[in-house]
Design a protein around this ligand. Structure first.
Ligand code: NAD
Length: 274
């Protein structure tokens, strides 16, 4: 049984987009469903960085930029970073909260026990993508809506992946550490430094991030492979220059670099893919 997972379009740089979209609809519908609601947001602390960028709203201080709006509607909005253990702020508010908002970067783990305690809970909202911090079976059994903001941060993740691939293949970090510590041992770096050109890169998952990564890798003249539950449209496959590998086991030995771009679920966790 799957909980009701909603989607919404792109949100750049951790900003929270309040344009109408399915996950925002589910949020506004919950708020409008009668009475004063208690919303708890769990984010990391911004500390001295919070005031350095007015768009840095994904932290406790920024509170997603929705405090004024929520309070003007008469709702109660509690924001905290304190989420672990029975004495945490989150635990204290569980019995009467209606909406719990969290992010993948500082997730509020929502276990079956917590769901049992949260008698008024209606909506679990991830201000980002990935709901693996939530016990989805328990959420479904309790009839909760689990919503996430599909499309958020996908460019950041794809660019980050490309950066990591280049750093690893080029053996950059040991070279950097040599340079800052005044060492100069070229052989120590060069014996494991490669070009990306001509290498075979495989992505497990060719959804939003997987496709953006393939698109970014194309100019590097690599062999691009992808495995997914579904094959891409032939025209898109052609544009990306990537070849579909229906059998994951057959793809793995061909890859010099493998990137996993699937959600974390029971089917993709650790060795269940392999
Ligand atoms: N930390 C972050 O900032 C951040 C941001 C965005 C996404 N993410 C993570 O990346 C994941 C992927 O994001 P996305 O936007 O590309 O999602 P997406 O839904 O667009 O793509 C996921 C792809 O994985 C495929 N897939 C799922 N299960 C599979 C399986 N068992 N075998 C093969 N393919 C499978 C799907 O068919 C889909 O094409 C998210 O679920 C999230 O966990 C993290």
């Amino acid at each position: 049984m799957n909980p009701h997972v909603m989607v919404q379009e792109s949100i750049p740089n951790g900003e929270f987009n309040t344009k109408p979209g399915p996950s925002i609809d589910s949020f506004t519908n919950t708020l409008a469903s009668g009475g004063r609601k208690k919303i708890v947001g769990v984010f990391y602390k911004g500390n001295e960085y919070a005031s350095q960028n007015p768009n840095f709203v994904g932290c406790v201080e920024g509170a997603l930029g929705i405090r004024e709006w929520l309070e003007s509607q008469g709702h109660e909005y509690i924001v905290t970073d304190d989420k672990e253990g029975l004495n945490s702020v989150l635990e204290k508010h569980l019995p009467d909260l209606h909406v719990l908002i969290s992010t993948p970067f500082h997730p509020a783990y929502v276990t079956a026990e917590r769901i049992k305690k949260a008698k008024n809970l209606e909506l679990l909202l991830t201000a980002g993508i990935g709901s693996d911090h939530i016990d989805l079976n328990a959420a479904a059994a309790a009839g909760l809506t689990v919503a996430e903001v599909t499309g958020s941060n996908v460019v950041s993740v794809a660019e980050d992946e490309l950066m990591r691939i280049l750093i690893l293949v080029r053996n950059f970090l040991p070279g950097y550490h040599q340079a800052v510590s005044g060492e100069w041992n070229v052989a120590g770096i060069a014996h494991r430094a490669y070009d990306l050109e001509g290498k075979t890169i495989g992505t497990v998952g060719a959804g939003r991030i997987g496709r953006l990564l393939l698109q970014r890798l194309k100019p590097f003249n690599c062999n691009l492979l992808y495995h997914d539950r579904l094959q891409l449209d032939p025209e898109l496959e052609n544009q990306l220059g990537a070849k579909y590998e229906e059998d994951l086991d057959a793809m793995l030995p061909k890859c010099d670099v493998l990137v996993i771009n699937t959600p974390l679920t029971d089917k993709t966790r650790y060795n269940s893919l392999l």
